[in-house]
Design a protein around this ligand. Structure first.
Ligand SMILES: *[C@@H]1O[C@H](CO)[C@@H](O)[C@H](O)[C@H]1NC(C)=O
Ligand SMILES: *[C@@H]1O[C@H](CO)[C@@H](O)[C@H](O)[C@H]1NC(C)=O
Ligand SMILES: *[C@@H]1O[C@H](CO)[C@@H](O)[C@H](O)[C@H]1NC(C)=O
Ligand SMILES: *[C@@H]1O[C@H](CO)[C@@H](O)[C@H](O)[C@H]1NC(C)=O
Length: 391
């Protein structure tokens, strides 16, 4: 079937930045969601910041939004997270056009994702061609008299696209309906300047700032869409300080529609000046195996990936104490705490090529500020009751 789809899809027009980053048509019946994720790594200041902005329609056709601001400065044990559920979302294409068709590969992304109607959060993501402008604030009512909150504002430009097709790690599989969940990486590394502020709100409603930070970094930008997250998954992402080495990985058990099969599938991309662009995906028949070692309580994810000519040995490890707060993810019933993430995972990648019948090491990278996520049943401590973990 995969081959057939490839044949049918004869002409992928390639204009720069044209991609699937634009919003999909929001379905009339749930479950259905679409969520954008951007993480900025500021190597010089040993900081990571991230924003997740998502929209969800549950089985009962009520929609909700999700907004998470995340920050880790390599001093605290775990990242800090500010989460809110915006009650009103406005997702539209440029010139206030409604989203009436799915993203194509012929027009550059241009859209706005606006959260409002809630005292707990406000702000927007505005995508104009290759430029992303974010400005989100979450202000949480804590049990004490004062509120806690944070603002993340950034501009990201010059995206490093996955490849020049405008498609992501799944390639053309993004266009096959009914796969349940899709993953698209828009940029493996965009040039970014940011501001981060955290504050409490005093009894008079005034913000008392405890941090106001500015900096620059490199942003990884991606999104997911589909009906729900799988029952278990791993996700990882990394970039080096000068934006020349990139890594992205996602995988876990995946139901194949209309079959009883639920294989564990992996998508992996590695970019470096020494090897160029290496992509591994299950439908590539030259890839002979993905061998994972998943040890969430030790904060370890290892994997060896082999094709007939290439081998990638991946070792990711993060201190277990850096996985602290369960983040929300979309289940068929709505957003639930689902996964644990670290922004200070250490990634080691070794790349080999086959020469005269044996593997020769051609590249080795150590990337200290990597992101590693254990999701669903792969978390060390449970985040959500198992019956809510769907397909
Ligand atoms: C971000 O939004 C707030 C209002 O929510 C506004 O006061 C502020 O000026 C904006 N910042 C930038 C950099 O646009
Ligand atoms: C990028 O950084 C690596 C070390 O992390 C260094 O070896 C390499 O020369 C740098 N490349 C550029 C273009 O600055
Ligand atoms: C993961 O890989 C590293 C480096 O190859 C190795 O030292 C470590 O023992 C592996 N851990 C597990 C649990 O397999
Ligand atoms: C959906 O509706 C059913 C039946 O009314 C109810 O039991 C369930 O809690 C609802 N689920 C959500 C997520 O609202």
């Amino acid at each position: 079937m995969m081959k057939l789809v490839l044949l049918c899809f004869v002409a992928v027009l390639s204009y720069s930045y044209c991609s699937e980053y634009d919003p999909h048509v929001f379905k009339k019946a749930g479950p259905w969601f679409e969520g954008w994720y951007t993480r900025i790594t500021d190597h010089a200041n040993e900081r990571s910041l991230a924003v997740i902005n998502a929209m969800f329609l549950n089985k009962n056709t009520s929609t909700s939004g999700y907004l998470a601001l995340m920050f880790h400065d390599n001093r605290g044990e775990a990242m800090e997270v500010w989460e809110a559920f915006p009650s009103e979302l406005d997702v539209s294409l440029c010139d206030d056009r409604e989203v009436t068709k799915n993203p194509d590969l012929k027009t550059p992304p241009c859209f706005r994702w606006n959260a409002k109607g809630s005292t707990e959060c406000e702000g927007s993501m505005i995508q104009t061609g290759p430029r992303s402008d974010y400005n989100f604030t979450v202000s949480l009512k804590s049990k004490s008299a004062s509120n806690r909150g944070a603002t993340i504002t950034f501009t990201a430009t010059e995206p490093t696209m996955w490849d020049d097709s405008g498609l992501g790690p799944e390639g053309i599989a993004d266009k096959i309906p009914l796969l349940g969940l899709y993953w698209f990486v828009y940029s493996l590394g965009s040039k970014t300047t940011y501001e981060f502020q955290s504050f409490t709100v005093d009894s008079r409603g005034a913000r008392q700032y405890d941090r106001k930070l500015k900096g620059s970094g490199i942003a990884h930008q991606e999104k997911n869409w589909g009906d729900a997250f799988p029952k278990a998954w791993i996700w990882a992402e990394s970039v080096n300080a000068n934006n020349t080495v990139h890594f992205a990985l996602a995988g876990g058990p995946k139901k194949i529609p209309f079959t009883p099969f639920e294989p564990v599938l992996w998508l992996v991309g590695y970019r470096s000046p020494k090897v160029g662009a290496w992509n591994f995906k299950p439908q590539n028949l030259l890839t002979t195996g993905f061998k994972p070692v998943i040890e969430p309580c030790k904060g370890v994810f290892n994997m060896t990936i082999e094709s007939f000519t290439k081998r990638l040995a991946v070792n990711i490890v993060a201190k277990p104490t850096t996985f602290k707060n369960c983040l929300f993810g979309p289940t068929e019933e709505g957003f639930q705490p689902m996964c644990l993430e670290s922004f200070v995972a250490h990634l080691r990648v070794e790349a080999f090529v086959k020469e005269a019948g044996s593997w020769k090491l051609v590249d080795k990278q150590e990337l200290p500020y990597s992101a590693l996520e254990f999701g669903g049943k792969y978390t060390c401590k449970p985040c959500v009751p198992e019956n809510l973990l769907g397909n």
